[in-house]
Design a binder for this molecule. Sequence first.
Ligand code: FES
Length: 101
Amino acid sequence: MAAVPLIDVASVPPGSGAEVVADGRIFAVFNIDGVFHVLDGICPHAGGPLGKGILRGNIVTCPWHGWQFNISTGQHCLNQRLSQNRYEARIEDGKVVAEIG
Ligand code: FES
């Protein structure tokens, strides 16, 4: 496991998300009621930026063609066979840190 610092906590207020490039990858970081979630930031449909998607509750809608994912599970909302990679997230020194396996 490697700890990858992603973004300042203050940069992602509750109810928002952000796209972060770190460790040679693109991550989507979301803050739901003060709890941070980190997903692979590349939409599996056609590579859209999930971190720039529209966030409603714990559902993010990809800004390119509207695929929706449950942020808490990574599960696609319509296709049970599709799941987005999730990473354990924690706060360290004011930053959101992802644990990359
Ligand atoms: S790239 Fe995300 S829905 Fe098409």
